[in-house]
Every structure is written in structure tokens, then in C-alpha cells.
Design a protein around this ligand. Structure first.
Ligand SMILES: *Cc1c(COP(=O)(O)O)cnc(C)c1O
Length: 383
């Protein structure tokens, strides 16, 4: 699905140098690279505050810890997402309220959020799934009207931008109160282990987030609130400093792969290629097609698509593909008892049956893409 080795080989010189100089320096925790990486990522995000931490799940947990919510408070999440989004909500004794998503963008919309609102609702978590921003303008307006926090899960969309109707542009993760991201190796900006970061444009929240990530202390050995130990280690920071200047190029390369797929696959009637929201750039963390689960054969409608059959076929041709995600949150055992479900989540359930993510990374070449798309075209010729 991803080729981390080829990307490393392309950047090997500066990455090896960054790793070796960190070892020579032996400041493995909160050394110069940790500080500089936060500054450089902040500059990239037009001066949002950046708090680096140990991983994307911690980033979400620290974000929720900073909001002073009470047990039983409700947080609205999309049912179609990675479990980490809702996991920390449950961990903190809050109630994840699972709502449906838009079947075209795979993301939350106000229409899905509105019926979930109760007097206990305190926050909304739009997840910019697969690299494209949720409809933030509407979500932010709704949140403001109802006094709700907005935490953007930006683990899959770092570098993506959203354009508001007045023409202003903002980075994913910097529109709501707090944004969180992950530097897991396969993410768009990945390190060589675990890493994460929290973004905010609010000075007070930034201070609080930084304290929570650092055992609740602003000054060493003076602990004002209960925090956690969540740090981006120096080796990861050093690697990320080499990769951050490449982020826009990484995302451009992913978009080029997506364009190629679109061009070759969009004419196949049994599948749909990813919808491109004109208001958001797409950084294609995943390239996810839908294999329609209803098909018309001669004059009858056959229910039950060929998604799994396609996946198996591709595997026999040496082509990996993945189902992100096979099950909506409400069907996960961990969440079924603690969460609340709004509506029938029909669209999320259908997506789980139809989605298939194809290989996408920064080093894909035309030969690989031609081979993959030809195999997919071939599969659909065999009815
Ligand atoms: C990867 C991911 C996370 C968690 O990040 P980790 O660094 O693996 O903890 C959270 N949310 C989403 C949507 C993700 O894709």
C-alpha cells in the first residue's frame, strides 16, 4: 500500500545525517530538533501553535483533557472513521455520539450533526477522512451557534486546505478550537516510529495543551493539573525536520497518483472514484473507490457488490488493497455499550461494504499505476 523504503532512499543522505547528529548530540528527549520542529511546523501552518506529542491518539486525548469536560458530556463523532477518534472520548468517560457521514465525501456534515444535538453535547470531531476536509464552514457556524468545541482529527489530512465562502483559506487542523495529527510512518508526514502533534490558534488553550502533554506542569516540578507524559522523541523530530519541507511535494505526488487513477478508472460503471470537494484540497492519504453494491445485470438488480471479489483478484495479481473501514463504530464491541447512536447510520454501513483503498504513496511510478489500473479494468470485463 505504501513504499516507505523508496521514499527513504530518495531522502537517505539528509535523514541519515539527522539521525547520526542526534545520536552524537545524545539529547534524546526535548533536544534542539524537538523545539525547532515545532517552530517549523508552526511556520508552515501560518503560525498556529504546535504542541508535538507521542502519537495521534495521545494528541486527541490531550485535546479532550484540555476542554474541562465532565463525565457523561457528549461528543459527536462520525461513525465512519478510525477507532482512535472515539476511543479517547470513551477513555475520558465522555460519551461518543455516532452520526452518519456524507456518502460522497465520507465526512461529517451539519445535516448529520443537527439531529444529534442535546443539552449534553459539548464538542464535535470532524475527521478529515482520507485527506479531504469536512464541510468546516457549516460545522463551525453550527458549533458557534450551540457553543460547542470543534476538535479536528487531522491525522489523515496534514497540509490540506479549506476555502471558506469569503475566499479565505485555512489549513486542516487550524479551523476549529484544536486540531490533532499523527506522524505514524504511513501518514502523509510520517516519522520512523510514533509521533503526533496538536494545533491551535488559541493562546490559552496552547498553554494548557502544552502543560497537559508535560505532566501538567508549566514550570518543572510544579504540577498544576493532571497531565500525561506524551513527547515526540528527538530522533523522530530530527527525521520530521528533513521531511516537513517535502510535505507539499509529497502531497502533490499523491495527487498525481490520484489523477492517474481517476483518469483510468472513472469510466468503469461499477465503481466510483473519489469525489473532489471544490472547497477543499485533497492530500489523498488514501485513494478510496466505491465498488457499488447494487448492480443491474440485463434487467434485474443484483444486490451484493464485487468489492471483496475485486480485492481477492488484485491480491492474486500481487496488488495490495485495503478496506478502510470494514465496520462502522457503532458495531464495534468497544463502543456499542458506551456510545449513543443517532439515526440508522445507513450511509456509513453501506460505505463499509463498498470502500476499497488502492495503493498510494509518494514514490509510485507510471508503470505500477498502469499495471494496477489495467488489472482493475480487466476484472470488470469479466462479468
Ligand atoms: C492514524 C489515525 C489516528 C491515530 O494516530 P496514531 O498516531 O496511530 O495514534 C487517529 N485518527 C485517525 C483518523 C487516524 O487515521
Amino acid at each position: 500500500m505504501v513504499d516507505l523504503k523508496s521514499q527513504y532512499n530518495r531522502l537517505k543522505g539528509p535523514i541519515d545525517e539527522a539521525i547520526q547528529s542526534t545520536i552524537d548530540n545524545t539529547r534524546f528527549i526535548k533536544g534542539p530538533n524537538f523545539t525547532k520542529f515545532q517552530e517549523e511546523l508552526s511556520a508552515y501552518l501560518n503560525n498556529a501553535y504546535v504542541i508535538a506529542c507521542a502519537n495521534g491518539t495521545d494528541a486527541l486525548q490531550i485535546a479532550f483533557m484540555a476542554l474541562n469536560l465532565e463525565k457523561g458530556d457528549e461528543v459527536i463523532v462520525p461513525a465512519f472513521t478510525y477507532a482512535a477518534t472515539a476511543e479517547v472520548i470513551g477513555l475520558l468517560g465522555l460519551t461518543p455520539v455516532m452520526v452518519d457521514v456524507d456518502p460522497q465525501t465520507f465526512n461529517l456534515t451539519v445535516e448529520n450533526i443537527r439531529p444529534a444535538l442535546t443539552s449534553k453535547t459539548k464538542a464535535i470531531v470532524p475527521v478529515h477522512l482520507f485527506g479531504q476536509c469536512a464541510e468546516m464552514e457549516g460545522i463551525l457556524k453550527f458549533a458557534k451557534e450551540h457553543n460547542l468545541y470543534v476538535i479536528e482529527d487531522t491525522a489523515q489530512a496534514i497540509g490540506s486546505t479549506y476555502t471558506f465562502s469569503d475566499g479565505t483559506k485555512e489549513f486542516a487542523g487550524c479551523m476549529g478550537d484544536i486540531g490533532t495529527t499523527s506522524f505514524f510512518p504511513s501518514k502523509n508526514l510520517g516519522c520512523f516510529g510514533d509521533g503526533g502533534a496538536i494545533f491551535t490558534r488559541n493562546t490559552e488553550l496552547a498553554e494548557r495543551l502544552r502543560m497537559i502533554a508535560n505532566h501538567g506542569q508549566a514550570k518543572q516540578y510544579f504540577h498544576e493539573i493532571i497531565g500525561v507524559n506524551s513527547r515526540l522523541d528527538e530522533l523522530q523530530a530530527a527525521i520530521l525536520r528533513v521531511k516537513l519541507p517535502e510535505l507539499d511535494d509529497f502531497n502533490e505526488r499523491r495527487r498525481n497518483v490520484a489523477d492517474f487513477y481517476d483518469q483510468r478508472l472513472s469510466k468503469i460503471p461499477e465503481i466510483s472514484t473519489p469525489f473532489r470537494n471544490p472547497k477543499s484540497s485533497h492530500v489523498f492519504h488514501q485513494y478510496t473507490i466505491l465498488v457499488k453494491s447494487e448492480r443491474v445485470i440485463s434487467d434485474r438488480v443484483e444486490i451484493g457488490g464485487r468489492r471483496d471479489e475485486l480485492k481477492n483478484y488484485l491480491a492474486t495479481k500481487g496488488i495490495p488493497s485495503m478496506i478502510y473501514y470494514p465496520m462502522p463504530l457503532d458495531e464495534q464491541k468497544a463502543f456499542s455499550s458506551i456510545g449513543r447512536v443517532v439515526g440508522n447510520l445507513e450511509k456509513s454501513k453501506q460505505l463499509c461494504k463498498e470502500v476499497l483503498s488502492l495503493p498510494i504513496h509518494t514514490e509510485m511510478d507510471e508503470e505500477q499505476l498502469t499495471y494496477i489500473t489495467e488489472q482493475i479494468i480487466e476484472f470488470f470485463k469479466q462479468q
